[in-house]
Design a protein around this ligand. Structure first.
Ligand code: PMP
Ligand code: GLN
Length: 386
């Protein structure tokens, strides 16, 4: 194995899901829903399979899906992208992120990101031979995670190649506000670097969030330097389909396409027309999806509090972060390895998403994208065990 990949073992999600299978624990670790997405989408996929859409689709994705992706971004965010040249369909957001990093970073270049970071960021940066420059998000007195502006400024320098931003943010549930985005945008412009934004939770911002989701590309001067990434997995509860996309100005998208061609060439032929159908669903689908997850968040939050955890504010995403200190826990990794035996529940230790391990040692992440009865069962098990 090449040196640059040696620090990466099995992903925490695979490790914890395997533990759940082995122990029969309720899996609130890996974030995947346990119900299927909209029936219109499933029917369209079944039709496409039967009707012969089973060969290589066109390189950038089928025209129908690219048109639907453009239509969706216009409808929700007022962003205009040309389906021909400004949108590329990828194998999930994961491939879009990796291909963007591989397309833009020379060895030794620096990528400014925030920690805790989604696990594929560190590996994607390493694959590209680049270096991560994480800025730590810390919970403030109001419970919202924030970063220190000077720390962010200090993370930029002559080797900065791009900024990688995830909002709404996994695992903290933070939604970056306009002031924070404005500072990020101004630093991108000062250092003349692009931003890569991971917005897979664009539709998972709750009604009690402090701010709505704001795509960085909508800020002045940012559309021309932002690669905006999203995926069908979260919005349409089909994480196993791995249909994602990246949108941006043609020169940047064309650079990502150059790499993507040789990673996967194309992907998910019969699923692409189905995702196009899903993107075009009415507002009631999107509103219902978010409201359903909010009710699930509240259900799990109540259960975690009853079990004695201190929980952090979750304004969006599939996740709640809990502090294990009140339960006598000190190290989230030890805690999560023992939790299936003690309580029959699986969670994810948040420290694996930090370079600064101390910042996340006492934190664990629970997902709530599960049926209410599953969340109730997990809550009962945790309460009985603590
Ligand atoms: N980014 C974030 C923040 C995620 O939580 C995930 C997990 N779904 C991904 C990217 C990967 O998305 P996909 O499954 O579409 O590759
Ligand atoms: N995004 C999901 C999570 O954070 C997991 C995806 C994966 O297993 N790679 O739980």
């Amino acid at each position: 194995l090449v040196a640059r990949m040696r620090e990466f073992g099995t992903t925490i999600f695979a490790e914890m899901s395997a533990l759940a299978v082995r122990t029969g624990a309720v899996n609130l670790g890996q974030g995947f829903p346990d119900t299927d997405g909209p029936p219109e989408m499933l029917d369209a996929a079944a039709r496409a399979l039967r009707e012969g859409h089973n060969q290589y689709p066109p390189g950038p994705g089928i025209p129908e899906l690219r048109a639907a992706i453009a239509g969706h971004q216009k409808r929700f965010w007022g962003l205009d992208y040309d389906p021909d040249g400004e949108i590329l369909v990828t194998a999930g957001a994961t491939e879009a992120i990796a291909a963007s990093l591989l397309a833009l970073c020379e060895p030794g270049d620096e990528v400014v990101c925030f920690e805790p970071y989604y696990d594929s960021y560190a590996a994607g940066i390493a694959l590209a031979g680049a270096v991560r420059r994480p800025v730590t998000l810390r919970p403030g007195p109001d419970g919202r995670y924030a970063f220190d502006a000077d720390e962010l400024r200090a993370a930029f320098g002559p080797r900065t190649r791009l900024v990688l931003l995830n909002s709404p943010h996994n695992p903290t549930g933070k939604v970056f506000d306009r002031d924070e985005l404005t500072l990020i945008a101004s630093l991108c412009q000062e250092y003349d670097v692009p931003a890569v934004t991971d917005e897979v939770y664009e539709h998972v911002v709750f009604s009690d969030a402090t701010v709505p989701h704001i795509p960085l590309a909508t800020l002045p001067g940012m559309r021309s330097r932002t690669l905006r990434i999203s995926s069908a997995g979260k919005t349409f509860s089909c994480t196993g389909w791995k249909v994602g996309w990246v949108s941006g100005p043609a020169p940047l998208v064309s650079a990502v396409t150059r790499v993507k061609q040789f990673l996967t060439y194309v992907n998910a032929g019969p699923l692409q027309p189905a995702v196009a159908v899903a993107l075009g669903l009415g507002d009631e689908y999107y509103a219902g999806f978010t409201a359903d997850l909010q009710a699930k968040r509240d259900l799990l939050a109540g259960g975690l509090v009853d079990a004695g955890f201190t929980i952090q504010r979750s304004e969006g995403t599939y996740f709640i972060t809990a502090d294990i200190t009140p339960l006598g826990g000190r190290d989230g990794i030890e805690f999560c390895r023992a939790l299936p035996d003690i309580a029959g529940v699986v969670a994810v230790p948040t420290q694996v998403f930090y370079d600064d391990k101390d910042a996340g040692r006492h934190l664990v992440r629970f997902t709530f994208c599960k049926r209410p009865e599953v969340l109730t069962e997990a809550a009962t098990r945790l309460r009985d065990a603590t």
